[in-house]
Design a protein around this ligand. Structure first.
Ligand SMILES: Cc1ncc(COP(=O)(O)O)c(C=O)c1O
Length: 466
């Protein structure tokens, strides 16, 4: 347990310990240590209830894109709350912010992706996309085309469908049930762990062949959708081999398989563009899911953006005459004004350009960590980066899971006032998009110190990292 300096912070800590079920937090550690209570934040820095500050290189959860404590955003939200705090967009009603935001998003997306379905977060955006695939295929008279192909190691959210589309080993606990009859998985594109002897091109051929094989196995007449992040985030910041996404996209088109690009992390600036699908990877998907950066985490909102072509089918094909799917908070006016303000700020402050500049510098500086012990790989793009820690750099062998190497390094970094996210043996970074060169230097220097500290501890415990 962190030393708590006063009674008030101890009480909060205890209430949290007793009543708050934290997503993904390990029960034994939590029972012993409780949680780090965050009290305030400004820009890319946060302060805990003891007054200690941290440079947050996790960006909340890949989401505090414009930075915390933005006055203009606070005023915009307050003004909308006073004017119209809630209004539904079900059936035949709408509100001004929802209409404005839908049009604004449509203008930023590639190709004919001009239609928007609003929800509350990334998981519900993915769920909406999944259901849209079924609805679309049914409306065009192909009711059997309901199978969806996704990838191992992916994380697409925590609703039933989203968690079933994801396939992180650590999320597949035996107590949960998953949709397995119509969801299938192929290998995630992990270049660092490509089969021995394969170069990037050969690995790409291998992955594409596997995808074609999976379609043939299920039957192309039954496969209705494919989902992938441009760069797999929580799965380990996996940058795909060159042309991989493009080749997969083309195969989807051949078989009338809707391509869902999950841009919940990459959307709204993380790779230096509004969306990464076309701008970075040269593909125009059928559906894009987005959340997080859409409001920079100020309020919960997500958008599933889909093509005019899909809209024509669902609105004019063999459907119900309506799309029976939505949420009480779809098109919430306060969330929509926050998203509109967020987009305005990103544009006005030239934040996409900042990501392109600072992101490149970040990558160059982080690369130096490759020289350190434990560091097997450093990878990523823009402001989405990862360090992969291994026991043996030659063989890429990992430490046993119970060593919790990623967590030990993130704990050591936390003591130095830096937050990085542990995911298994990885440390992931996705800082706010206003990051500057000085903050990059601080992240790299503190992370390097934390890695060296843990390396020394492990050696003292009898391990022999090499
Ligand atoms: C790629 C991707 N999709 C979907 C989600 C789910 O988003 P949310 O947690 O907002 O439901 C996440 C969350 O991290 C994500 O990384």
């Amino acid at each position: 347990m962190t030393e708590l300096v006063n009674d008030a912070s101890r009480q909060i800590w205890e209430k949290d310990l007793r009543h708050n079920l934290h997503p993904f937090t390990e029960f034994p550690t939590f029972k012993e240590k409780g949680a780090l209570i965050i009290e305030s934040g400004e820009g890319n820095n946060i302060k805990d209830s003891n007054g200690q500050t941290y440079l947050d290189a996790v960006g909340g959860l890949w989401c505090t894109n414009i930075g915390l404590g933005n006055e203009e955003m606070a005023e915009t939200i307050a003004k909308q709350v006073k004017k119209l705090a809630y209004s539904s967009i079900f059936t035949d009603m709408s509100n001004e912010p929802a209409a404005e935001l839908a049009a604004t998003i449509a203008a930023l997306t590639p190709g004919d992706l001009n239609r928007v379905h609003f929800a509350t977060g990334g998981s519900t955006a993915v769920d909406s996309a999944f259901r849209l695939v079924h609805y679309y295929q049914g409306c065009q008279g192909k009711p059997d085309k309901i199978h969806v192909i996704a990838r191992h190691q992916a994380y697409h959210g925590s609703t039933y469908a989203a968690m079933s589309l994801g396939r992180k080993k650590s999320d597949r606990t035996s107590q949960f049930h998953f949709i397995t009859d119509i969801i299938h998985h192929i290998t995630g594109p992990d270049i660092y762990r490509a089969p021995d002897g394969m170069n990037e091109d050969e690995y790409c051929d291998y992955l594409v062949k596997e995808f074609e094989g999976k379609i043939a196995e299920i039957g192309p007449e039954k496969v209705g959708g494919f989902i992938a992040e441009p760069i797999m985030g929580a799965g380990g910041v996996l940058v795909p081999p060159k042309d991989y996404l493009k080749r997969i996209r083309n195969i989807c088109r051949t078989h009338d398989i809707l391509y869902i690009s999950d841009e919940v992390v990459t959307g709204f600036g993380r790779l230096g563009h509004w969306f990464a699908s076309e701008s970075v990877f040269n593909i125009i998907p059928d559906i894009i899911t987005s959340a997080k950066g859409l409001s920079s985490g100020y309020l919960p909102i997500s958008a599933t953006i889909y093509s005019d072509r899909i809209h024509q089918v669902i609105s004019e094909g063999h459907g119900n005459g309506y799309f029976p799917h939505g949420f009480t908070y779809s098109g919430h006016p306060v969330c929509c004004v926050a998203a509109l303000k967020n987009i305005e700020i990103i544009e006005r402050e030239n934040i996409l350009q900042n990501v392109r500049d600072v992101g490149q510098y970040f990558g160059e500086q982080l690369d130096a960590l490759k020289e350190l012990p434990l560091v097997g790989d450093v990878r990523g793009m823009g402001l989405m980066r990862c360090v992969e820690n291994v026991m043996n750099k030659q063989t890429r062998e990992c430490f046993p899971e119970e060593i919790q190497i990623g967590k030990r390094i993130s704990d050591a970094a936390e003591e130095l006032g830096l937050l990085v996210r542990p995911v298994g043996h990885l440390n992931i970074m996705s800082p706010g998009l206003t990051l500057n060169h000085t903050e990059v230097d601080e992240i790299v220097s503190k992370l390097g110190t934390a890695i060296l500290k843990v390396n020394t501890e492990l050696k003292n415990e009898g391990w022999n990292p090499c």
